[in-house]
Unconditional design. Structure first.
Length: 526
């Protein structure tokens, strides 16, 4: 039921212990923490991974100790970073018409007529979004196909009598207007870039008319559009003989959790929040004749990383198998201490599930969006099987074991047609023939039993790739080969045992008599 044998409580406890153990070796990354604001006061200390907090007070809560002594990780995509970013960009008013306030890496542009100076647009944050750390050489910034772009826009005017600003998401054509912190709602984003364009227009009255000037500035980031509904999550579904539901859930892009009628399966992706260090420096205020430093703003980024705890299940569902891609462990931002994998790992792109209950399957994506899995019609149920092992013939050196495999209706199962095999543990894999039987010589004669297991093809393989083939459930049987009691042989074994035990008994008796140890007879104290 649990990946690597972990349940959720044990996984979280061990993850926290690992975090505390690595603190002494993790580099402390400090910066001046902003004040709690923007409606995230309750979650504030959880948001700043890699921050070097002061120790909590003696009367601090358990959560205070956790968030101030290690980096907080989330099982589901957090919402607080989006609220923080919206609040930060909303609090940026810019420098006004006589000044331009800009971040250190802004690309500044001037107009040809000398009216517009130091114009720029800079992407502050995108909501929703998450940076997924697959490996040290692969990181992908996923953003919603629909969402919000938060941007800083400013410029400086000289002698202007009127002006206007339009901000556009180029790839979608959505626009907004204003200076300072600007938010643009967008829909249907495609492609691997997101471009924000600001068009600044200004007019100066001159004798006999007007002088117009336009400056266009852009900022672009690399992204991967993400929508949990596209491509759709596909779920093949049928039932086991006992009424349990079998589901094979296929998800082409990263996911956070799969919710079943009575259980939830969480992926191996965990999440943390950290600031974008490119915005650590205070903004620059340029008034033309003089410059100075402005306020510091800190956009937050949500990061997804592969957890050393793997996936886990809440409830009674069973994960029968997983499929995915293999990656080397990622490198996280400096100073972040979370339970990231430290060896090769496998993402979970497909799940073979067994659970009790019926109803839809809902998937939560890495951006917190949800969708119902698309369920193709499945008509054929999984059929029970009956595996029987028996002695066909005994011989001097071994025994011939007869393997019989039949369906729930009594019809023989030919594994060459139905797929799968019968595994005799520790010995061989057996294929049955048209009559559902096979005979295997087991040499030497085993002293105990012969254990057999029918291992069918994956049920979803039978349904999806081999239409018309019956999906089967596995079965087991144990054959006790030495069923006849052979008195002389058993007496011979006892005689051999006595050869080894008798000297020990005699020695114990003699030592007891010589030194008065009081251990003979051994049953005297019973």
């Amino acid at each position: 039921m649990y990946r690597y044998g972990w349940n959720i409580e044990r996984s979280v406890a061990v993850s926290l212990l690992l975090l505390l153990l690595v603190l002494s070796s993790a580099p402390a990354v400090g910066f001046e923490l902003p004040q709690p604001d923007h409606g995230v006061e309750d979650d504030f200390d959880k948001l700043w991974s890699a921050h070097d907090y002061e120790p909590p007070s003696d009367d601090g809560s358990a959560l205070d100790y956790l968030t101030r002594s290690s980096d907080y990780f989330y099982a589901q995509p957090p919402e607080a970073p989006s609220r923080w970013n919206a609040g930060e960009v909303g609090s940026f008013d810019g420098g006004g018409s006589g000044a331009s306030v800009y971040p250190p890496d802004a690309n500044l542009s001037d107009g040809d007529e000398g009216i517009i100076h130091d114009a720029y647009v800079s992407v502050f944050a995108v909501s929703p979004s998450a940076v997924v750390h697959y490996s040290s050489d692969r990181e992908v910034r996923y953003v919603g196909t629909s969402g919000e772009v938060h941007a800083f826009v400013d410029y400086r005017l000289e002698g202007a009598d009127s002006n206007s600003v339009e901000v556009e998401v180029v790839e979608t054509g959505d626009t907004s207007s204003g200076t300072g912190g600007v938010t643009v709602d967008y829909d249907n984003l495609n492609g691997d870039t997101l471009t924000v364009r600001a068009t600044v227009e200004a007019t100066r009255d001159i004798p006999g008319g007007e002088l117009n000037e336009t400056v266009v500035v852009e900022d672009r980031i690399d992204v991967q559009p993400y929508n949990v509904s596209s491509p759709p999550t596909i779920a093949l579904r049928t039932t086991y003989p006992d009424g349990d539901t079998a589901a094979f859930v296929v998800r082409g892009t990263p996911w956070s959790s799969v919710r079943l009628p009575n259980s939830t399966v969480h992926s191996n992706w965990r999440f943390f929040s950290a600031r974008d260090t490119d915005w650590d420096e205070p903004l620059t205020v340029d008034r033309g004749a003089s410059t100075g430093e402005g306020q510091t703003y800190h956009p937050l980024r949500v990061h997804a990383y592969p957890s050393s705890g793997g996936y886990y299940v809440e409830g009674d569902a069973e994960v029968r198998d997983t499929l995915g891609e293999t990656f080397e462990p990622p490198t996280l931002p400096e100073g972040v201490t979370v339970d990231v994998v430290n060896s090769t790992y496998e993402t979970v792109r497909a799940l073979d599930l067994r659970y009790n209950g019926s109803g839809g399957i809902e998937v939560t994506g890495i951006l917190g969006d949800e969708a119902r899995a698309r369920t193709p019609p499945v008509a054929q149920e999984i059929e029970a099987t009956n595996l029987t092992l028996s002695v066909a013939e005994r011989n001097e050196n071994g025994v011939d074991v007869r393997v019989s495999l039949r369906g729930d209706d009594g019809e023989p199962i030919d594994t060459e047609v139905a797929g799968g095999h019968v595994r005799l543990e520790g010995r061989t894999n057996v294929s049955t023939e048209l009559d559902g039987t096979a005979t295997v010589n087991v040499t030497p004669t085993p002293s105990g039993g012969v254990f057999g297991r029918y291992v069918p093809n994956d049920w979803h393989d039978s349904l999806d790739r081999r239409r018309g083939m019956t999906p089967y459930e596995g079965d087991t049987d144990t054959l006790v080969v030495r069923s006849d009691f052979e008195l002389l042989e058993e007496l011979g074994m006892l005689a051999q045992l006595g050869v080894f035990v008798l000297p020990f008994i005699v020695l114990t008796f003699m030592l007891d008599r010589a030194f008065g140890l009081g251990v003979w007879p051994p049953w005297r104290r019973l």
